[in-house]
Design a protein. Structure first.
Lengths: 76, 404
């Protein structure tokens, strides 16, 4: 499965949002995710893709597109 | 109300009068000494909040929010019409808070390490989070606190809310208790104390307060939240008034961690102080909603304390333990039991103590055995005593329609 699809699935599951509402340019603010939601999402991503995302990297992530490109770089 | 015998005030009350037991065998506790509990079934938190929010809350908070939402609509209180939401507050008591969340996250810590522990662990497990969520949901910025006094939490929460209103620090308070203690570690802990009934073959008969063959309490879960407000406020908006809180008493046993004082001094003192707070004589009391846990100690000593305080009048009182039906809701007990007490006053009928079969010579008062009892109640008290030797008693009066 494409990274984008997996990320959308995780966010949809965690925040109870319809996947169709999620796009590459969607920000955490758009989906009303606070800092704790972001930490929880990062943990789910780390688990799913078997990697570690440093806090400094998390701070740079603003959109779903940022997540996808970061992960694609890591697993490439 | 969220209780093991009803998910609304109406169902709870109907089943109390029917003498229905909410206690049953629990599969997940089949390896424990006590295998029975009073579980809330068919409760869906999504009936009261967004699914997304439910995941960030422990079960005790689900119960608290559901009960708060029902209390608000039952009170027909429109918060948009309340002059100032800064003068609306909340105190929800809980004995064990989010103990289920701690248990789940501890497993994750052991299996997957600290990086996998949820960022929501802390805001899910802290006992004051139920009050926190209620304030956020309703935008109320008055006093916001919790009470953690084990099985007395709910009664203390109501008493403190009463005091807050009386002092003029708020006009309206959400108050009561919420508890979700049916988790493996909590159950094992209570079980290790040998305080719980092991009448596993007859769960519905296990909770038998004041009966000679009682053998311990049965843990239950749920929440009871009430809306307290100033009389002026209630009269101005023509509220359906269930009764008037007129006295509150507190005491400490200063005796033992879990065993009550043998002379019932703590129980005696808190009831006496509630009467003094209301400036009423013992003879004015018609009904006691007893702590009545179904342990040998509590029921004998509570009876002794009642006899010491009320003298001959003790034999004229109606006393009942609704725990005979719903089990012991720990920190939520005070909330659901005060609701039962107020409904008894309002309807003129007292729910029974079920499973009362064999008289205990040490418990020789009128416990409303097995059948409800019609009685005009002017004044009632509700008792809650907690581990650590903490005691609370709340006195309520029938409201006669005018300012005294």
């Amino acid at each position: 499965m494409e990274v984008l699809e997996i990320v959308k699935g995780l966010i949809s599951e965690q925040l109870d949002i319809d996947e169709e509402q999620l796009e590459m340019k969607t920000t955490f603010e758009d989906i009303d995710a606070d800092s704790l939601d972001v930490v929880e999402l990062v943990m789910a991503l780390e688990e799913e893709f078997n990697l570690e995302i440093a806090d400094e990297e998390v701070e740079k992530i603003k959109t779903i597109g940022d997540i996808v490109s970061y992960i694609e770089k890591q697993i490439a | 109300m969220i209780t093991p015998i009803g998910l609304t005030k109406e169902d709870y009350w109907d089943n109390l009068l029917k003498g229905k037991s909410g206690i049953r065998n629990v599969e997940k506790f089949k390896d424990y000494a006590s295998q029975i509990a009073a579980i809330v079934e068919d409760f869906n938190p999504e009936d009261y909040m967004e699914k997304r929010d439910t995941k960030k809350m422990d079960r005790f908070t689900h119960f608290a929010l559901a009960a708060a939402s029902m209390a608000l609509s039952d009170a027909s209180l429109d918060l948009n019409k309340v002059k100032d939401r800064k003068r609306v507050g909340v105190i929800i008591g809980s004995g064990t808070g989010g103990i289920g969340t701690i248990e789940t996250q501890l497993e994750i810590l052991k299996e997957k390490g600290p990086r996998r522990v949820s960022p929501f662990l802390v805001p899910m497990m802290i006992a004051n989070i139920a009050s926190g969520y209620i304030s956020i949901f309703y935008g109320i910025q008055g006093p916001n606190a919790t009470i953690v006094t084990a099985c007395a939490s709910g009664t203390h929460a109501l008493g403190e809310a009463f005091r807050i209103i009386k002092r003029g620090d708020a006009d309206v308070m959400f108050a009561g208790g919420a508890e979700a203690p049916l988790t493996s570690v909590a159950f094992a802990g209570f079980s290790a104390m040998r305080a719980m009934s092991t009448r596993n073959s007859e769960p519905e008969k296990a909770s038998r307060p004041f009966d000679l063959h009682r053998d311990g309490f049965i843990i239950g879960e749920g929440a009871g939240v009430l809306i307290l407000e100033t009389l002026e406020n209630a009269l101005a908006r023509k509220a359906n008034i269930y009764g008037e809180i007129a006295g509150y008493g507190m005491s400490g046993d200063a005796y033992h961690l879990t065993t009550p004082d043998p002379q019932g001094e703590g129980a005696y003192l808190c009831m006496k102080r509630a009467l003094e707070d209301a400036s009423l004589p013992p003879e004015s009391v018609d009904y006691i909603n007893a702590h009545g846990t179904s342990t040998q100690y509590n029921d004998r000593i509570e009876t002794l304390a009642i006899k010491r305080l009320f003298g001959e009048h003790a034999y004229k009182l109606a006393i009942s333990s609704t725990k005979s039906m719903i089990g012991h809701l720990l920190g939520a007990a005070g909330g659901v039991e005060m609701a039962a007490t107020l409904l008894s006053i309002k309807k003129g009928i007292i729910p029974p103590t079920i499973n009362y079969e064999y008289e205990d010579p040490d418990c020789d008062l009128f416990y409303v055995p097995n059948k409800p009892c019609e009685k005009l109640i002017g004044v009632a008290i509700s008792n809650s005593f907690g581990f650590g030797g903490t005691n609370a008693c709340l006195l309520v009066k029938a409201f006669n329609g005018s300012i005294a």
